[in-house]
Design a protein around this ligand. Structure first.
Ligand code: AMP
Length: 280
């Protein structure tokens, strides 16, 4: 596995791949890797001839009061895991490399998609995500970019950006990887005490109950109430939202373009999100 720390190094490293016509699969991450990330690397490995993974904790997508400083970082372990998965190139830029002094251009994700739910609770979050992902896309120039369904709204936002800004890139989405008891894997789960980890199961329980209600013919408002009530009943769980939305627009679902049940809650001070897609 080759390691690039600057855009110039990355371009030099990837030139050989391009000259020999190999397709490039790209997995952007913030590190502290777990099976969810690695499942995306495996998808990329299966689909493309060269796999690039970035590890960059992107300050632009964290709000003032969020956990940028505390966000888990373990580059040595990340290297080992990425090497074990047959990654060709790991890209580990510094903050200065991605945001050099004088940088003043960002991407703005408008309403409704960029401003509801996660976009509402975390103002500027998706602008930060899209700005860094656009920079990474321009540096890596991948054929396919791999994202996790775990972050359903991020998937919708990235698909929208790729469409709107005409990036010649296919977005591939991998399923959410969960622990056997249903908790969706997340780098932030390491902040949960054992008791809080048990309380956090309220999110997947609420989604399962919501999906069951929906498939039994329940109306959207009823499904949302079922999920909210289950979250709110959880001791130490502070729900933020429990909604049923169109999986592309994140607005009230209309017709049968596919829905997603989304929940967010704080457990022991850790903000967690989860979702389940409902195929129609
Ligand atoms: P992050 O490092 O949290 O920015 O995540 C990097 C990528 O991994 C994103 O596309 C996430 O959606 C994806 N991801 C995170 N957790 C999971 C999971 N439990 N299952 C599948 N993909 C995930």
């Amino acid at each position: 596995m080759r390691i690039a720390r600057t855009g110039v190094e990355l371009r030099e490293t990837l030139q050989a791949e391009r000259i020999s016509g190999r397709t490039i699969g790209f997995v952007p991450t913030m590190g502290a890797l777990h099976e969810g990330h690695l499942s995306l690397v495996r998808l990329a490995r299966a689909k493309d001839e060269a796999v690039v993974v970035s590890v960059f904790v992107n300050p632009l997508q964290f709000g003032q009061a969020e956990d940028l400083e505390a966000y888990p970082r373990d580059p040595e372990r990340d290297f080992e895991l990425l090497e074990g998965e047959g990654t060709d190139v790991a890209f580990l830029p510094s903050v200065d490399e991605m945001y050099p002094a004088g940088d003043c251009t960002t991407i703005s994700v408008g309403r409704p998609l960029g401003r509801v739910l996660e976009g509402h609770d975390r103002p500027g979050h998706f602008d930060g995500v899209c700005t860094v992902v656009a920079k990474l896309f321009n540096l890596v120039e991948p054929d396919h970019a791999f994202f996790g369904q775990k972050d359903a709204q991020q998937v919708a936002v990235i698909r929208r950006m790729v469409h709107d800004l005409k990036f010649p890139i296919d977005v591939v989405v991998g399923p959410t990887v969960r622990d056997p008891d249903g908790l969706a894997l997340s780098s932030r789960n390491c902040f949960l005490s054992p008791e809080d980890r048990t309380k956090a199961l309220a999110l997947s329980r609420a989604l399962n109950a919501g999906a069951a209600e929906l498939s039994a013919g329940g109306a959207v408002e009823v499904v949302e109430k079922v999920m909210w009530d289950l979250l709110a009943a959880g001791e130490g769980v502070e729900p933020s939202y429990a909604r049923v939305v169109d999986r592309h627009s994140f607005e009230v679902p209309e017709g049968d373009t596919g829905m997603v049940l989304v929940v967010a809650a704080r457990v022991g001070g850790v903000r967690l999100i989860d979702n389940v897609e409902v195929k129609s």
